[in-house]
Design a protein around this ligand. Structure first.
Ligand code: AKG
Ligand code: FE2
Length: 250
């Protein structure tokens, strides 16, 4: 493991734990993020979570960049969308996402190339999506105040496969439910549903394939739904940044 960390350090630079004396004047590009550790969400093919995607310093600088845009100066505004040319901080965020995927694939390849059933370890994002240019050209920033969430949905088909969601400020539980399922407690795949995923500040969710097309995602912040390990989460403001790529129309 030390060897792998050493290789990653050489390729991608220092991890934040090695650079604790960060200069507050550093710009966001210089704010070192930890070496990403990825978690595959069991039962949902194509759903990956990187809980330590952004260092605390990078999270605060990102929140400042978002708020500086002035999109949320009025309380009634809680969503902003951008298409095509994205702000510099979003382009930088896209590069960090690609880098985190590359590092993650590198680590899982060298640790465990072959799964217990003999197949190869699934990749974080298929390479045709990872290497498309640009990786993302559409941005949504959502600001949620306590009690506010988003209804169960599959993202519109006008967006390509391969969607990233970055969470900032306050944790929440996102629930995933299979598209075809009705109200029964156990679905035909033997899953109890919905499947909860805890999104902590600084985390990154990647959805592709089944996770993007066959599962709905939702955030229900009404009392009784934001529960993790038997504790109701304390809700504060949450900001999310969703990055997607528009489908080409010929
Ligand atoms: O806020 C989030 O984490 C999810 C946002 C979302 O699903 C969307 O905008 O489509
Ligand atoms: Fe969505």
């Amino acid at each position: 493991m030390e060897d792998q960390v050493e290789v990653l350090r050489e390729v991608f630079g220092e991890s934040s734990s090695d650079s604790e004396d960060l200069d507050p004047q550093l710009n966001s590009k210089q704010i070192a993020d930890p070496i990403p550790s990825w978690e595959e969400i069991k039962k949902i093919n194509g759903l990956w979570l990187c809980r330590n995607f952004l260092s605390p310093q990078h999270q605060s600088s990102l929140v400042s960049s978002v708020l500086k845009e002035g999109w949320f100066n009025e309380d009634s505004h809680n969503q902003a969308m951008r298409f095509g040319d994205l702000p510099a901080w979003a382009i930088e965020l896209s590069s960090s996402i690609r880098e985190a995927i590359l590092v993650g694939d590198h680590v899982s390849e060298s640790i465990d190339l072959v799964t217990s059933n003999g197949g190869t370890e699934p990749c974080l994002l298929p390479s045709n999506l990872l290497w498309r240019e640009p990786l993302f050209d559409q941005l949504i920033v959502n600001v949620y105040h306590p009690g506010e969430g988003i209804c169960a949905h599959v993202d519109l088909m006008r967006f390509e496969d391969g969607i990233a969601i970055v969470s900032l400020e306050s944790s929440c539980v996102m629930h995933f439910t299979r598209v075809e399922e009705g109200g029964s407690d156990i679905n035909k795949h033997g899953e109890k549903h919905p499947i909860p995923v805890l999104l902590t500040p600084g985390s990154l969710v990647l959805m592709s394939g089944e996770a993007r097309y066959q599962w709905k995602h939702e955030i229900n912040r009404k009392p009784g739904f934001q529960i993790w390990e038997a504790q109701e989460l304390v809700q504060e403001r949450r900001i999310s940044i969703t990055l997607r790529k528009l489908c080409q129309v010929d």
